[in-house]
Structures are given as structure tokens and as C-alpha cells.
Write a protein that binds this ligand. Structure first.
Ligand SMILES: [Zn+2]
Ligand SMILES: [Zn+2]
Ligand SMILES: [Zn+2]
Length: 325
């Protein structure tokens, strides 16, 4: 499934993306997820929890794109917890780093320090005294013991280029991708964010409710019904408000989508809504409950009442078409 993830996609415009978002949001709400944490792999940053949801939906878009789409909708908060060096060619995170001689470009540098041969007074890099497994003064050519050299602590350590003999205090840094072997400088690297995403539960619940209401409205609009004012006056004279009221001439279908309620609160809301159904005899009341919240709900029956339990938005669409036919 290919997804357009531009900011401009409204929640009624891209049903495939909405479907994915709805499943991810349901997962977050069901599992009481509070933070979505990244895992760094040699191939890039992944979010295993979200990847699992996407894999089930056979969506190939990377989890970070879906998370960014959710963040753009104000449903997640991003916190940058680290940065990682990524290959500018293939995006891999399996990167090798080397130091290079700024003079000749060699990576054959040895970290060393200055020493003085006490006998002849010659000063050079310690590594320059090394000759195979022995120590030999490059000046007087005498073989010597390490105790005959004095370390010049007043000078800092440095790198000696073993190819051009340059002394280097700031070598050039280059990276190599272990996957595609591209060599690149720090400025050419992709220095990417490693982010955690924090759940904004209230916003997610509201958004999911909006998705459900929009889905219902779209299905019924295609069937020739139209949206009307959300309030209906009951026989008692009380004006009742619903999440969505659709009208087909004289006939009205009202929808209540208590996405934000669970357990006892949901049962109480169901009874309150049922009482409204008793009061507005001429309209059909559909109480729309996600499957994960539907356990233990009372089995209320009335000619103008329907409890619609749905698994996901596709399931909701199927069941809506069935009640309309
Ligand atoms: Zn690469
Ligand atoms: Zn060099
Ligand atoms: Zn010497």
C-alpha cells in the first residue's frame, strides 16, 4: 500500500492513510502505550511496536513516516534523544570512522608524542625511534633502551602520518558506510535525529472519534443521506444532541460514538443514550462502539436502537452498508 503523507491530506481525503492511522491509534489506546521508543539497527531507525502494526496491514511505508504524520496532526510529541551518523547514499547506520592526514590524504596515522634522546639531545616523535622491534635514534643511529629517552610532556600528543611524516593535531575525519562503502565527510553525512514519541492520549481519542464520525458521514452521504443539525427535540420537550445526525427526507439516523469512554462510564453513557432513543421515537439511534471496549456491555433492544460494534474502519463501513440496505 502506497501512502501519500503530505500535510495537506485532510482526514476525509485519504482513506488508506486514515485506515493506517486508525489502526495505529487503536493499538496505542488498547495497549496503553505512553511512549514509542526507537531501536537503532544497521539499516536505520525502527519503531518495532509500530512496525508490527504496519506489517499486519501490509503497509510498506516506514514507521517513522507514520509517526511523523501523527505528530503533524498533533497526536504525538517528539523528543530528540540522540543523533546518529547515517550514510548519505543508502541511509545505513553501520558506519566506520577514520582519521586522515590533511597533507597527503593517508589514513595511516599513528598517535604519538615527542621524546628526546638524552645522549645526543635529538628530539622527535617516539614512533620515529621505532625500528622493527628495536628502538634506534634517527640522529645518532644508536640502538637504545626506552629509559634513555625522556618524554617531552610540555608538548601535547599528536598524530604522525607514516606516509608523509606530517605532524597532525587535527586530522580530517571521514566515514565509510559498511553497507555500500561510500566514503563521506561529517558535512556530507546525514546526521539524523533519534527520537522518542510521546502519546497525547486526549488528542488521540478525539481524533479517532473524528475519524469514526467522518467515516460514517462519508458512507451515508454516498448513499444519498445528508448531514443535518446535531440536535433533535424529544417528545418530552428536551433537546438531545448527538455526534452525528444524518437525514434521508423524513427519516433520521443519529450516531453516538463514545470513543473516549470505557467500562462503567461507557455503560452509563449507553443507558443515557438509550433513554434519549426512547424520547425520540421517530429517529433511529446507532450506538457505535469499538470492539475492544464492547465487552460486558448490556444487550439493549428497541425498534429504533442499534448497537454497532466495529473492529476497524473497514469493518465499520461494511456494517453501515448492511444496516442501510
Ligand atoms: Zn551506504
Ligand atoms: Zn600525510
Ligand atoms: Zn641520538
Amino acid at each position: 500500500m502506497k501512502l501519500a503523507l503530505s500535510k495537506e491530506v485532510g482526514i476525509t481525503e485519504n482513506s488508506e492513510l486514515n485506515h493506517v492511522i486508525e489502526r495505529v491509534l487503536t493499538y496505542i489506546l488498547e495497549k496503553h502505550v505512553t511512549v514509542i521508543k526507537p531501536v537503532l539497527t544497521p539499516h536505520g531507525i525502527t519503531y518495532p511496536a509500530i512496525d508490527d502494526v504496519l506489517e499486519k496491514l501490509k503497509v510498506t511505508a516506514p514507521s517513522c513516516m507514520i509517526l511523523e504524520a501523527l505528530r503533524e496532526r498533533g497526536l504525538l510529541e517528539k523528543k530528540v534523544i540522540d543523533r546518529a551518523i547515517a550514510c548519505p547514499n543508502c541511509g545505513a547506520l553501520d558506519i566506520k570512522t577514520r582519521y586522515y592526514c590533511p597533507n597527503c590524504g593517508s589514513f595511516n596515522l599513528e598517535k604519538t608524542y615527542l621524546v628526546t634522546h638524552i645522549d645526543c639531545g635529538y628530539t622527535d616523535a617516539f614512533v620515529s625511534f621505532k625500528s622493527n622491534s628495536k628502538l634506534v635514534c634517527p640522529n645518532c643511529h644508536k640502538e637504545l633502551k626506552e629509559s634513555e629517552l625522556v618524554r617531552r610532556d610540555e608538548f601535547n600528543e599528536f598524530f604522525l602520518c607514516l606516509d608523509c611524516n606530517s605532524r597532525i593535531t587535527e586530522p580530517e575525519i571521514k566515514h565509510e558506510c559498511n553497507s555500500c562503502h561510500t566514503i563521506f565527510t561529517p558535512l556530507e553525512a546525514d546526521y539524523i535525529e533519534v527520537s522518542e514519541y510521546y502519546i497525547k492520549e486526549r488528542e488521540i481519542t478525539e481524533y479517532k472519534q473524528k475519524l469514526v464520525i467522518n467515516t460514517i458521514s462519508n458512507v451515508l452521504t454516498k448513499q444519498g443521506l445528508r448531514k443535518t443539525t446535531q440536535s433533535i427535540k424529544g417528545e418530552s420537550g428536551v433537546v438531545h444532541t448527538f455526534d452525528l445526525v444524518m437525514s434521508n427526507g423524513d427519516e433520521k439516523i443519529v450516531f453516538v460514538c463514545p470513543e473516549d469512554k470505557k467500562g462503567d462510564e461507557l455503560v452509563r453513557d449507553m443507558f443515557t443514550t438509550f433513554a434519549k432513543a426512547v424520547d425520540i421515537k421517530d429517529a433511529k439511534v446507532v450506538y457505535v462502539v469499538p470492539e475492544e471496549s464492547s465487552q460486558g456491555l448490556p444487550n439493549l433492544k428497541r425498534s429504533n436502537w442499534l448497537t454497532l460494534v466495529y473492529r476497524d474502519l473497514d469493518d465499520l463501513k461494511r456494517k453501515l452498508s448492511r444496516i442501510l440496505s
